[in-house]
Design a protein around this ligand. Structure first.
Ligand code: PHE
Length: 477
């Protein structure tokens, strides 16, 4: 059977942007920003999106469009090495880890959306009365499990429809809806009493703060940038594998990154004025996964048209989350279809069945070896997998594909973008893996015990050694 492809260029861009725009922008971005000092974080984050995110995105695109297979097949065929194919399985595992926790959060959102929508016609939403207590009651356990299954079911339904009739069609509706609703909400939030204060916190650029906090916010900013651009999970490899014509990857990648950033910034423009209007200082409120649900739910409860605003807001989040979760499910599905010849339907059934269990564990959230599962998967595990995953793709692009990567980058690109191919390859193959390796070490707290510069040195040496090894052992690459 012929491999599926996107029907239109806009279809690919919207699907990839739909993958990027998700809980990372609306749920994670505002509280990570608040936790890390507001505008200072924003500046560093934007820099990383530009310098790491866009080149990283292009790395995955180049592998995907050239390989025309799932990450496993693409890495194996392009390198001619089964070891790289084996590494591809890493992305399948990452995708399962991602969707396991994502679907639980998606379930929470679905629940809040449902509660709010019902509140439009009936009694006030139940979570209005005591947001903190309410969230505590539904965040884990049977409630969370039920809504996880519902969210996963919706995700599976879209992926079931296939590349064109499922993913492309779905994201073509979801993405514009997200943008329109979010702009509306941001404009409205600007009329709230706390808006001026919120903008000052969020948008005032203060070089001194940026300099004072630069290294502290680097790690979180890098993690956030990867997560929000769906990098390091093989998503963008998979989506780019369905491109069947030569169009400009640098152009498409830039549009996707800009759209994604726009939604993140817009989400901040909705969330911060709301919090400030209630006198909640976002830098002081309890950070973490509950922030959106507890802080914002409390804000909605006190607004005149709170139920309506809450419905619109959680509606946006549901759509954004869904267009991301389908891209996660698609990775293992494409793997089973490409490698084992399963029909799409059967592949969706198998993968969904697996995530019913793995996500179910996240929803129940038991404590294993002293660590709560959900927090571990949503935090350190995913951060580490994505960072390592992207570093490996970039090493692959720079050291295995080399010239092929440059020609793939150039094909379909305009003169200006084509001229960037060589600098891009140098950055992607050398500077970015070292940077990512460094963030990996800081994620493990190595910089705290070794000191900053020694950690940089370790990253450079280890990176160099890995490349040298890859270069000399031709059997590997
Ligand atoms: N980018 C998505 C978000 O911001 C999350 C995601 C990560 C999706 C990795 C796919 C792969 O919510």
């Amino acid at each position: 059977m012929a491999r599926e492809t996107w029907a239109t260029r806009a279809g690919f861009i919207l699907a990839a942007a739909g993958s990027a725009v998700g809980l990372g922008n609306i749920w994670r971005f505002p509280w990570v920003t608040a936790e890390n000092g507001g505008s200072a974080f924003l500046v560093v984050y934007l820099g990383i999106v530009l310098l790491v995110g866009v080149p990283g995105l292009l790395g995955e695109f180049v592998v995907g469009r050239r390989g025309k297979k799932s990450p496993v097949g693409a890495l194996r065929d392009l390198s001619g090495s089964r070891l790289w194919g084996l590494w591809g399985v890493f992305y399948v595992v990452t995708a399962i880890a991602l969707i396991s926790f994502y679907s639980v959060v998606g379930g929470w959102i679905l629940r809040y959306f449902g509660e709010s929508a019902l509140g439009l016609v009936g009694a006030r939403p139940a979570y209005f009365a005591a947001p903190g207590q309410y969230f505590g009651g539904v965040a884990a356990g049977i409630d969370a499990l039920a809504f996880h299954l519902l969210f996963l079911g919706l995700t599976a339904l879209v992926v079931f429809g296939g590349v064109r009739r499922g993913i492309e069609l779905g994201t073509k509706v979801m993405m514009p809806a997200v943008l329109v609703l979010l702009v509306g909400l941001a404009v409205w939030a600007g009329t709230r009493p706390g808006a001026a204060e919120a903008y000052a916190f969020y948008l005032r650029f203060d070089l001194a703060t940026v300099r004072a906090n630069f290294f502290d916010v680097l790690g979180p900013a890098a993690g956030q940038a990867l997560f929000t651009l769906s990098l390091g999970a093989g998503t963008m490899i998979t989506y780019a594998s369905y491109i069947d014509e030569d169009r400009s990857l640098p152009f498409d990648g830039t549009v996707i990154a800009v759209l994604n950033t726009l939604v993140g910034v817009l989400a901040g423009l909705v969330v911060f004025p709301l919090l400030f209007s209630l006198g909640v200082d976002p830098a002081q409120t309890a950070p973490g996964p509950g922030a959106l649900f507890v802080g914002l739910a409390g804000a909605f409860a006190q607004l005149p048209a709170g139920t309506l605003v809450a419905t619109a807001f959680f509606g946006v989040v549901v759509l954004a989350a869904l267009s991301s979760s389908i891209s996660m499910l698609e990775i293992p599905v494409s793997f089973l279809v490409d490698e084992y010849g399963l029909t799409r339907r059967r592949a969706v059934a198998v993968v969904t069945g697996a995530v019913v269990v793995t996500g179910g564990i996240c929803a129940i959230n038991p404590t294993i070896w002293g660590t709560a599962v959900f927090g571990f998967v949503a935090g350190p595990l995913v951060d580490t997998l994505l960072t390592a995953g992207l570093a490996a793709v970039l090493v692959f692009v720079g050291w295995v594909m080399g010239r092929d990567a440059v020609s793939e980058f150039r094909s379909g690109a305009g003169d200006l973008a084509a001229g960037l191919a060589t600098p891009w390859l140098l950055g992607a193959g050398v500077a970015l893996p070292v940077f990512l390796f460094f963030t990996l070490l800081t994620n493990f707290g190595v910089d705290a015990s070794l000191g900053f510069w020694p950690t940089v040195a370790v990253a450079v040496v280890a990176g160099g050694a890995a490349f040298a090894g890859l270069r000399t052992d031709r059997s590997l690459v």
